[in-house]
Design a protein around this ligand. Structure first.
Ligand SMILES: Nc1ncnc2c1ncn2[C@@H]1O[C@H](COP(=O)(O)OP(=O)(O)O)[C@@H](O)[C@H]1O
Ligand SMILES: [Mg+2]
Length: 384
């Protein structure tokens, strides 16, 4: 069907790995570019090119002559993608949309211009300006660019916290006293068909701003489910983005849904769709960018996803302690990303848990969180 196409993927991390798993079933040929020769995709594809994702020449040379380029990370060289597009290479999501999303400042201004509900913010050009905005506290300061997984985002509570403020171009955003963090993954294909996955509820690590685990569907009143879904669909329509888009949101105590940020690719809040939904977010991405009909997003069973983060205090060859014990339980699916070295809080894998019954789902999640630890392998004792 599409096996004649020469498709390039920018980024060879875990999202790329799962995109490739879905690509295999559709008989797609994927080449990957990543700066790390041992990236999670490195052993999966025939053509794995080691090179920078942010350097013009490296991205341009990788993309030249291909039929289609897509991404699994948004921090990529936009100028190269624009040039490739001019030369007839299809690029989805589109370079303009990736560019908008790359900068949290531009993203927030987009929401404001389009009256998309989001937390109040001010743009900050340098650290010294922060002090003028003490009335905005408590707040989150976010760097415009280069923030990823909680880096480049910090909470500032009182004026003395301005001392630890970031230097570069940033924004200061009012703290949202939310009851829940939600995410909705939506997709839009090349002819404008759109579909949303069920609303997911995210639970973050209290210190490190990383998703610890999630539940899908979120436990919400139907009108909140609808508000979150409608908002996510509105964002992808306003952006006219082709591909999969993750929309992270806050649900306030007043029942208001605010957009926090978006990601123009599959997202860790959609891992569970592999086992729990008719169509996975990864397959949906290929369907969307290849102009196929979008798949049904209906969920077959309640699901949870537990992130496997490197344990604090361990640095070295990765070992997944306790994994066999939880695999003995029904509906427990490990996904290990193939990263050889564990570091504290590095995303090493995830475990999807399914159960018809919500209470036993929660108890299985508790067991998985307690039992499975990513640690560094102890050197074996040599017995003589
Ligand atoms: N305005 C805010 N109010 C309360 N919590 C916030 C706010 N902004 C961010 N956070 C918390 O910090 C996390 C990370 O922020 P986010 O903007 O999503 O950055 P990134 O995911 O790029 O690190 C959010 O998921 C949320 O837990
Ligand atoms: Mg985020």
């Amino acid at each position: 069907m599409f096996n004649h196409l020469n498709i390039g993927l920018l980024g060879g991390g875990q999202l790329g790995r799962m995109l490739i798993q879905a690509a295999v079933d559709l008989d797609l040929n994927i080449a990957v570019l990543d700066p790390d020769k041992e990236a999670p995709c490195s052993s999966l594809v025939k053509e794995f090119i080691v090179g920078s994702l942010t350097d013009y020449d490296s991205v341009y040379q990788f993309g030249k002559g291909r039929d289609l380029i897509t991404i699994e990370i948004e921090n990529v060289n936009i100028q190269a993608l624009k040039q490739l597009e001019k030369e007839g290479v299809k690029v989805f999501p589109q370079p303009d949309q990736i560019e908008l999303i790359q900068d949290k400042r531009v993203q927030k201004q987009f929401y404001k211009e389009r009256s998309i509900p989001t937390a109040d913010f001010v743009l900050i050009n340098s650290k010294s300006e922060l002090i003028q905005h003490s009335g905005f506290l408590p707040a989150f300061q976010k760097l415009g660019k280069s923030g990823y997984d909680g880096r480049g985002v910090q909470r500032l509570t009182v004026a003395s916290d301005f001392e630890k403020g970031f230097e570069g171009e940033s924004l200061l955003e009012k703290l949202v006293d939310y009851q829940k963090e939600l995410s909705v993954i939506v997709a839009r294909n090349t002819v404008g068909e759109i579909k949303a996955f069920p609303v997911v509820e995210l639970v973050f690590h209290p210190v490190h701003n990383l998703v610890e685990y999630l539940f899908s569907p979120a436990e919400l009143r139907p009108e909140i489910q609808k508000a979150a879904t409608d908002l996510a669909l509105r964002v992808i329509n306003e952006l006219e983005l082709t591909g999969v888009l993750a929309v992270e949101m806050f649900l306030t105590h007043q029942g208001e849904v605010l957009v926090n940020e978006i990601a123009p690719r599959p997202h860790n809040s959609g891992h569970q769709t592999i086992e729990a939904n008719f169509t996975s977010q990864y397959e949906q991405h290929w369907r969307a960018i290849l102009g196929m009909p979008l798949g049904s997003t209906t969920q077959l069973m309640p699901a949870a996803m537990v992130n496997l983060l490197g344990e604090e205090g361990f640095n070295g060859p990765s070992h997944y302690d306790g994994i066999e014990e939880v695999m003995a339980l029904e509906g427990v699916y490990p996904h290990l990303y193939g990263k050889k070295i564990t570091k504290p809080f590095r995303k090493m894998g995830h475990i999807t848990v399914l159960d018809k019954n919500l209470e036993s789902l929660k108890s299985k999640v508790k067991t998985v969180k307690e039992r499975v630890k990513v640690i560094a392998k102890q050197p074996k004792k040599i017995s003589i």
